[in-house]
Design a protein around this ligand. Structure first.
Ligand code: AMP
Ligand code: GLY
Length: 427
């Protein structure tokens, strides 16, 4: 069996590793992959990620049996559609279904139509500044402004005061810092609560939820500072028990899957629900059309069976949920980031210590790295995901071994959070 994984981050490395460990021993290609996937797969670096026709030619020429598309951009731009049209099995939604992430105004109106709990909102044109302002005053501070289109996880501005609102409006409506993504702006009510992420693997009709997870989006300890792509994660989420999981499935996942089907754009792939949970009531912060990163790095540690069979069954149109089982372990991922991230960051710095990792319970997933001869250098904001697993579900032990491995790795300016999963210990 031959599998192609599209993408180059920690998520794609974690997916590649899981598939590499499959008993079927598939041949794996990563496009473009990274120095981590290089050890377990063939990296295809001569085809740009946005050259869909060349990706199609590659799949036909290599007789690829399954394509797994990691990031949102190729999904939103229709890579899955192009490949499927030529009969290739793809894990990942069509462009129409991917609007659930790529077009927040569509997504919010969709949730409203199908009675999926989410923050109160209205959608505006970015030229409609006075009406935006007026609606913000109706909602009261804090208020949340979102660019409707894709903005690399940075298009959400939470305003706590009039000054912050002015500066957000300046960025979104006059400076257009997110370009076309902020032609439409979603203004929404601020939700209190604690966040969690749930991944529903679905063929468009039936689904299976993988173990839940919690991301740490802010750059600094104690959830301070700017939002990032995610500075660490743990799984399972400590704020979701069996009853709440059922409520999430009944009030969010099922109506979303049924609704997308009813809209004529059935969703096949991983439907990611980013949730805010307050007093046992889950509401949707956002839907994504793909696996989360870094959450995937922890979620996949805790399932056994054949993840490859699960993905293949979805790609072939009928999910076989029995392909995998959820175990009772815990996993913790600490992201090592470049100095300056999530803003301008330094690059091309040598990473030390990667050859000294000997704990078999800890995986190092590459995200923003590149190789130069024998050396591994930094090349992105999020550089590595250090992911520990404890099969007995001992969280303190898992945190300890993860940070012991973190301590062995270094590069100039390396920054990471020291409190990943700490919240889960206090309960
Ligand atoms: P998103 O890119 O939509 O996931 O938003 C990024 C982060 O902003 C979320 O993870 C939340 O922490 C926060 N956020 C977004 N929308 C809201 C909201 N309506 N209320 C409170 N926090 C929000
Ligand atoms: N970790 C957040 C995301 O993948 O969108």
């Amino acid at each position: 069996m031959r599998v192609l994984i599209v993408g180059s981050g920690g998520r794609e490395h974690a997916i590649a590793q899981k598939i590499f460990n499959d008993l079927q021993k598939p041949e794996i290609f990563c496009l473009p992959g990274n120095p981590g996937t290089f050890r377990i797969a063939e990296n295809i670096t001569n085809i740009p990620e946005n050259d869909f026709n060349s990706i199609l030619d590659f799949c036909l020429q290599k007789t690829i049996d399954l394509v797994v598309i990691g990031p949102e951009i190729p999904l939103v731009n229709g890579l899955a559609d192009i490949l499927r049209r030529e009969g290739i099995s793809v894990f990942g939604p069509s462009a129409r279904a991917a609007r659930i992430e790529g077009d927040k105004s569509f997504s919010k109106k969709f949730m409203q139509k199908y009675h999926i709990p989410t923050a109160a909102f209205r959608v505006f044109s970015s030229e409609d500044v006075e009406n935006i302002r007026e609606y913000c005053f109706t909602l009261g501070f804090p208020v949340v402004l979102k660019a409707s289109g894709l903005a690399a996880g940075k298009g959400v501005l939470i305003c706590y005061s009039q000054e912050e609102l002015n500066s957000a409006l300046e960025d979104l409506c006059y400076k257009h810092i997110f370009g076309d993504a902020s032609k439409q702006i979603v203004v929404e009510e601020f939700m209190e609560g604690e966040e969690a992420s749930v991944f529903a693997i679905t063929d468009g009709v039936n689904f299976l939820c993988l173990p839940s997870a919690r991301d740490h989006k802010r750059i600094f300890d104690g959830d301070k500072g700017k939002n990032t792509g995610g500075m660490g994660a743990y799984s399972p989420a400590n704020n979701i028990d069996g009853a709440l999981q059922k409520k999430i499935e009944d009030t969010i996942i099922k109506p979303a899957i049924a609704g997308l089907h009813a809209e004529g754009s059935p969703f096949s792939g991983c439907l990611y629900a980013g949730l805010m949970i307050n007093d046992g009531e889950p509401k949707v912060v956002e839907f994504n059309c793909r696996f989360g990163d870094p959450e995937t790095q922890v979620v996949l540690q805790n399932i056994s069976g054949s993840f490859l069979d699960l993905l293949s069954s979805v790609a072939e149109g009928k999910i076989i949920p029995e392909s995998v089982v959820t175990n009772s372990g815990v996993a913790v991922c600490v992201v090592l980031a470049s100095e300056g991230y999530p803003e301008n960051y330094s690059k091309n710095l040598p990473i030390d210590g990667l050859n000294d990792i000997d704990d078999t319970d800890v995986s190092i997933f590459h995200a923003g790295t590149k190789s130069e001869g024998e050396k591994i250098l930094t090349s992105g904001g999020r550089v590595l995901g250090v992911t520990g697993f404890d099969k007995h579900g001992n969280l303190p032990e898992c945190i300890k071994k993860t940070y012991e491995t973190v301590a062995k790795i270094s590069f100039r300016g390396m920054q990471f959070r020291r409190d990943i999963a700490a919240k889960a210990l206090t309960r």
